[in-house]
Ligand binder design. Structure first.
Ligand code: ATR
Length: 273
């Protein structure tokens, strides 16, 4: 019987996940569909029970449901447990396991630039859901030193609690910027006209520092433009987006995902940007 995969969220109309996954399903001649479902908050439980009743094979979860899905899962992988958030569900014979592939997806993208080692000093700006996933991946899969800077300092302090890593204010991040070899921008500042300010100024950035932004549309955020002007090696959020989806596909099917195919299908949709 044809298998069903989906992504649930709100909003969901502009999600590029169906494009990537459909390209992969077709390339691998799998008799399966991947569709977007818009779910209203008040209908969440009914919708999830519906997916279960329909025998869905797996699905992605995006904003604002990454935490809401937790009570419906039978098991959680370590990454999802540490983040308290799930972006991928694998369903096998009605048994649902939750994963969080965002952090590992980010790390795969970062390591396509170069291997991260114990001499790396990494600054993560922001302490929201994406930041948490990236922090956990760095914690579990690298031996770099990580510093989390956030506008609301308490959130960063909470994130690093119980680890050997540091939390600092945005002002401290700005003044200590020269110490970092990698800077990861995870905040929503700079994303819209209403929120157009850079989270920190980049005057003290060391030439050759890797600076990444988890946003991929626009391809060059104001933060990345500024970083490039200061001699940084820049990377936008497209690699993270592609890799998190690739890992989800691999969890569902056991087949290695063709990341070039995924990238091309996304870039085509974004108009070659
Ligand atoms: P996500 O889940 O996508 O990571 P989020 O949980 O809404 O998003 O978190 C947004 C992050 O952007 C937070 O770290 C937020 O800082 P606060 O915790 O102080 O709210 C940060 N942020 C948003 N706008 C910002 C701005 N103008 N300057 C600095 N940080 C900003």
């Amino acid at each position: 019987m044809k298998e069903l995969y989906c992504v649930i969220g709100n909003p969901i109309a502009h999600s590029l996940s169906p494009i990537m996954h459909t390209a992969l399903l077709e390339q691998n001649h799998l008799d399966a569909s991947y569709v977007p479902f818009l779910i209203e908050k008040q209908d969440f439980t009914t919708a999830i029970e519906g997916l279960k009743a329909l025998g869905i094979s797996g699905f992605n979860v995006t904003s604002p449901f990454k935490e809401d899905i937790l009570p419906f899962l039978d098991a959680l992988d370590s990454e999802a447990k540490a983040c308290g958030a799930v972006n991928t569900v694998v369903a096998r014979n009605g048994h649902w396991t939750g994963y969080n592939t965002d952090g590992i997806g980010y790390l795969q993208g970062l390591e396509s630039i170069r291997t991260i080692n114990e001499t790396d000093q990494i600054l993560i700006i922001g302490a929201g859901g994406a930041s948490k996933a990236i922090f956990q991946a760095l914690l579990h899969h690298t031996n770099a030193s990580v510093t989390v800077a956030n506008r609301t300092l308490e959130k960063a302090v909470k994130m690093v609690a119980g680890t050997a890593h540091r939390a600092i204010s945005l002002a401290e991040a700005e003044s200590q910027l020269a110490d970092f070899t990698i800077v990861i921008q995870t905040t929503s500042s700079g994303l819209t006209k209403e929120n157009a300010v850079l989270p920190i100024q980049l005057h003290d950035l060391t030439v050759g520092t890797i600076v990444s932004d988890i946003i991929y549309n626009p391809a060059e955020t104001p933060f990345l433009k500024e970083a490039k002007a200061h001699g940084a090696i820049i990377q936008n959020g497209l690699s993270m987006f592609i890799n998190q989806a690739a890992i989800a596909f691999e969890l569902w099917t056991g087949i290695e995902a063709d990341r070039d195919l995924m990238r091309n299908s996304v870039l085509k949709k974004l108009g070659g940007k």
